[in-house]
Design a protein around this ligand. Structure first.
Ligand SMILES: [Zn+2]
Length: 453
């Protein structure tokens, strides 16, 4: 599955002051789930900039000069040469960077003459920018935006940009459409018309439902957005619930939102910042970082491969403690383990004694025959496993269980109740020889590849 890269917007004054230092969002968000990189606009002089390890996406700020016939920023005329100089000032040669050619947004209410002028501006600047970027910003990926008042005009513009040499084509102005399926139809239609070697960057759409859809469209390379900033300054504190965002309203003088345990919130608390209150700029900026963490977490939940493989333990074990994945050692278990290693994104073990076990969890050898549990013990085991699975799996996940009947009877129905999860038992009812055969046939073999090396 394609995982598109999310670039989070940051503004010119977006920093948190601490002991004389200016901290950017990237300094406060912590590790783990973070945006892939950050996007900035040449329309602003930024007070802080990410260090060279963080990928950066530069944009010309077309929205800022959308009402001008001749685009200007800081009293300079915006053209390809100006954009190259402006990017050069901001970039580090070792940084992964994307730079957008100057563009001018097309609006339906412009006069015919104005529209024609903007189309010409877009083509000439894309042309000049690509040539200049090749020599003057050789370490960057140039991007050009395909504008159009109709889908067919966008497709024509995109194909013209591909002909100029662009591999990454931007699509913008989709946020104002306000209709998810219409926006996705435009993206998919344009993507289908482009050659295989090119990809798309989607400007301004970053809701988790878009992140999920982009992951299923093979040509979307990246996307960006500023939801975290806009919502924070409107006083909204975003909370991740599975793959969705829930809004809490902040108040000026009192805290009405439950304590958040996300990394930014814990970290900000030490700096004396309270993101759940909207009375000061530091608190508002703290909320931006919290919102960003919630946004990227919800995006990730929406994109996660939701199939989780569960492998049953076996009686034959090592006689010393070991990671669970190594403790069990029957031929059937070893074949199952090879299958899991080769095919599963995520898997856990089912132990008759411990319930759900992470493959690397260290276990002592134990005796526990699942066929000899009393009905009471079985019910207790099933309840424990169901609770453990609910804790690790996002709603909607599919569990694939490889193991005997004693490892799935009693857990399928509660898991599938209310259609929260689905359960698949691919080897149900097969004798051991047939199971081994199925595992062998369905485990991709790497032998042929390594022979040629
Ligand atoms: Zn938080």
């Amino acid at each position: 599955m394609n995982t598109p890269r999310f670039f989070a917007a940051f503004g010119k004054g977006d920093f948190i002051k601490y002991q004389g230092k200016r901290l950017g969002f990237w300094d406060v968000i912590g590790s783990g789930i973070t945006p892939y990189g950050y996007i900035y606009s040449l329309a602003y002089q930024h007070a802080v900039f990410p260090d060279p390890t963080i990928p950066l996406f530069g944009d010309c700020g077309a929205w800022t000069y959308r009402k001008q016939d001749t685009p200007t920023l800081f009293q300079d005329i915006v053209d390809a040469q100006w954009a190259i100089r402006s990017y050069q000032k901001r970039l580090h040669p070792n940084q992964e960077t994307y730079v957008t050619a100057p563009d001018h947004i097309l609006f339906a209410n412009l006069s015919r003459c104005q529209r024609e002028a903007r189309r010409e501006f877009n083509w000439i600047n894309a042309h000049n920018f690509f040539k200049l970027a090749k020599t003057q910003l050789p370490h960057t990926t140039p991007v050009a935006v395909a504008h159009g008042l109709s889908i067919s005009e966008r497709i024509r513009a995109a194909l013209d940009l591909v002909e100029l040499g662009y591999k990454l084509i931007g699509l913008g102005g989709l946020a104002t459409i306000g209709n998810v399926s219409h926006a996705l139809t435009i993206i998919q239609t344009v993507a289908n018309q482009l050659p295989r070697s090119t990809s798309l960057h989607i400007f301004g759409l970053c809701a988790p439902r878009y992140a999920k859809a982009f992951a299923q469209l093979p040509r979307v390379y990246s996307f960006d957005g500023s939801t975290h900033i806009r919502e924070a300054f409107q006083g909204n504190f975003l909370q991740t619930v599975e793959d969705k965002l829930v809004r809490h309203r902040t108040e000026k003088e009192r805290i009405t939102i439950p304590l958040c345990h996300c990394y930014p919130c814990r970290h900000l608390k030490k700096l004396g910042i309270e993101p759940r209150c909207c009375n000061t700029r530091p608190n508002n900026l703290g909320r931006v970082v919290h919102n960003l963490k919630s946004l990227v977490t919800a995006q990730r939940n929406a994109q996660t491969n939701r199939q989780i493989l569960l492998i049953a333990g076996v009686a034959k074990k090592l006689n010393y403690k070991a990671p669970a994945i190594e403790l069990y050692c029957s031929p059937l278990f070893k074949a199952t383990r090879r299958y899991a290693d080769a095919t599963a994104n995520e898997f856990y073990l089912l132990s008759a004694l411990h319930g759900v076990v992470h493959p690397q969890q260290i276990l002592e050898p134990y005796e526990c025959n699942p066929y000899k549990l009393s009905p009471f013990q079985r019910r207790a085991w099933c309840n424990k496993v169901i609770n453990q699975l609910r804790a690790i799996a996002p709603l909607g996940a599919e569990f694939v269980i490889l193991g005997g009947r004693q490892y799935y009877a009693g857990i399928i129905e509660p898991l599938e109740a209310a259609q929260l999860y689905t359960v698949t038992i691919p080897l149900a009812g097969l004798a051991i020889g047939r199971k081994l055969h199925w595992l062998k046939v369905n485990t991709p073999s790497f032998r042929q590849l390594s022979l040629g090396l």
